[in-house]
Every structure is written in C-alpha cells, then in structure tokens.
Ligand binder design. Structure first.
Ligand code: GDP
Length: 288
C-alpha cells in the first residue's frame, strides 16, 4: 500500500510515526504536501480540495482501531481516498460486444483502437475494426496497416465522406465477435462531431463507449468528458501517452465527470504498448 510515496509525503508521514493520538498539525502538513504533489500532476483544484477535506476530517474523526498506530491509520485513509479519486479497476468482458471509440484528434484514438483489437485477438476472439474517421486524411490507411499487422478484419472506405454510411456497411460486412468503431476526432468539440457520435452510438447499439484522452491534456479533460458523456454516456476512459512526462492527473476530472473508470493506459507508440489500469501504480506516479 502506497509503496512508492513521494519524498515529501514520506517526510510528513514520519512526523506521525510512533504517535498514538492523531496530531492535527502533522495531518495538516501531510495534506499540504499531498496537495502540492497532486496539483503538480495536473489534478483539478476542486478535486484536490475535496480530497484534502475528507482526509483531514476522517483522520481526526475516526479512532484508529486497537493496535493500529496513528501513522498507519492516516496512511490507510490517504490511500483509500486516493483510490476513490482515481477510480477502481474496470473489468473487460471477453464476449460479443461493440466498442465505440471517442476522443479528439491526436488523442491516440486510432493507435489505441489497434491496441485494443490486438488485446481481444490475443484472447482468442474474432475482431473487426470499422474506420469511421472520415475527417483525418490517411486515417483508413493507418488503421488498415495496424489491423493487418495484428491480423484482424478492418472495414473502411477512404472515398466515402459519410461516417454513418461506412458504419452501416461495416456492420453488415463484419461478423466478428468484437467490433471496434474508430470514430473521427477533429480538433474541437463541434456540434457536428457530437451529433455524429450520437448517431453512430444508436446505429451500432454500442456495448461500450470509451473516451481516449492524452495524459498531457490537463484541465481540458473535464470539458471533453462532459460533452462526450452528455452525448453517449461514456463508460470507460483510456489515458494515452503515459510513457511521457505527464502524470495523467487531468484525466481524473474525466473520471469524476463520467463516473466511469479508467480501462486501459497507453504507454507507447507501438501496438504492444497497452497496459491495464493499475490504481496503485497510477497513484504512486501522481505522487512521485
Ligand atoms: P488519433 O488522431 O486520436 O487517432 O491519434 P493517433 O492514434 O493517430 O495518435 C496520435 C499520435 O500519438 C501518433 O503519433 C501516435 O503514435 C501517438 N500515440 C498514441 N498513443 C500513444 C502512447 O500511448 N504513447 C506515445 N508516446 N504516443 C502515442
């Protein structure tokens, strides 16, 4: 539990060592250090403040159980509240399903689509990808190349400009157990883009709608999540580019906004670089 706390936090916790009664000053200091670390990792200010209040209140109100030191008790509370902040693990079913990929251009949606296709394929399922990205030139070639590499079916038509038509044809054409629809991204949340994803969600009767967010997104993550969630009820978040320097704290506001957990984490440009979301290592990274 919290094996890899940041150095500041460790120092603050030391002050609680050996104490049997919770020391208010020590808790305040700990919370201040925690705030600093989380804000540096791009976690939303409101979320940080809420977390701080809860930790302070619980630490001072709750009696440590018999045989548990003040330090252990506070540490447990901090850990529980951080797990609450990042959300729990999300289970991915290995059955028939349709997954709609949402996100803005450049978020890593197409790469992630291929990574997920590879994941299901490796689990022994038949997978088909529909390229409904009619906006970005080269999108079809990009996804087709990746699909060929992992040997999954890919349907698309680079000459067609209507994503709805492509998806309708794709659904007729592909008979695979897992269908993943890579939608178009664009640069901003235009109404047209939102309407299109609403239509695609209805047409495909999507089982899941996963939002792809760049770890470096920061506070814009909330607005993106809000718009997509309003449109299609996002039920999973994927944070990409976690191999970079960004800690992904901004994406936590998307978790809060949608109530959806983080499903996968993208950690590199190649199709093998997909990881399960691990709350513990994510928290360690936020604090590090
Ligand atoms: P889309 O416009 O959302 O479909 O984005 P792409 O899938 O084309 O990705 C945009 C850029 O981000 C490409 O250069 C990808 O190689 C890169 N990318 C995607 N996921 C990751 C990741 O997890 N780590 C790194 N380092 N780069 C990524």
């Amino acid at each position: 539990m919290l094996g890899n706390l940041g150095t500041n936090l460790k120092d603050a916790l030391k002050k609680l060592a050996g104490k049997t009664v919770i020391d208010r000053v020590a808790v305040e200091e700990l919370v201040k250090d925690l705030q600093r670390a989380l804000l540096q990792s791009d976690v939303n200010v409101k979320q940080v403040m809420q977390l701080s209040q809860t930790i302070k209140k619980r630490s001072l109100d709750e009696e440590p159980p018999k045989g548990v030191t003040a330090r252990e008790h506070v540490l447990k509370i901090v850990y529980e509240e951080l797990v609450h902040l990042v959300g729990g693990k999300v289970d991915v079913q290995l059955g028939r399903q349709t997954i709609l990929m949402a996100g803005l251009q450049g978020s890593g949606k197409t790469t992630t689509t291929a990574k997920i296709a590879r994941y299901f394929k490796k689990k022994g399922l038949r997978v088909g990808v529909i390229c409904a990205d009619t906006f970005r030139p080269g999108a079809y070639t990009q996804i087709k190349t990746l699909c060929d590499r992992v040997q999954v079916n890919c349907f698309g038509n680079p000459k067609e400009t209507d994503a709805r038509k492509i998806v309708a044809e794709g659904l007729q054409h592909l008979k695979d157990e897992v269908i993943i629809v890579d939608t178009q991204g664009r640069h901003a949340l235009e109404d047209e883009l939102i309407q299109e994803i609403i239509d695609l969600n209805e047409m495909t009767h999507a089982t899941h709608r996963w939002l792809v967010l760049d770890a470096a997104l920061g506070q814009q993550a909330r607005e993106q999540a809000r718009r997509f969630h309003e449109a299609v009820q996002i039920d999973g978040v994927i944070i990409t580019k976690m191999d970079g320097t960004a800690k992904g704290g901004g994406a936590l506001s998307a978790v809060a906004e949608t109530g959806a957990g983080i499903v996968f984490v993208g950690a590199g440009e190649t199709i093998e670089d997909l990881e399960w979301f691990d709350p513990d290592s994510f928290i360690s990274r936020l604090l590090g």
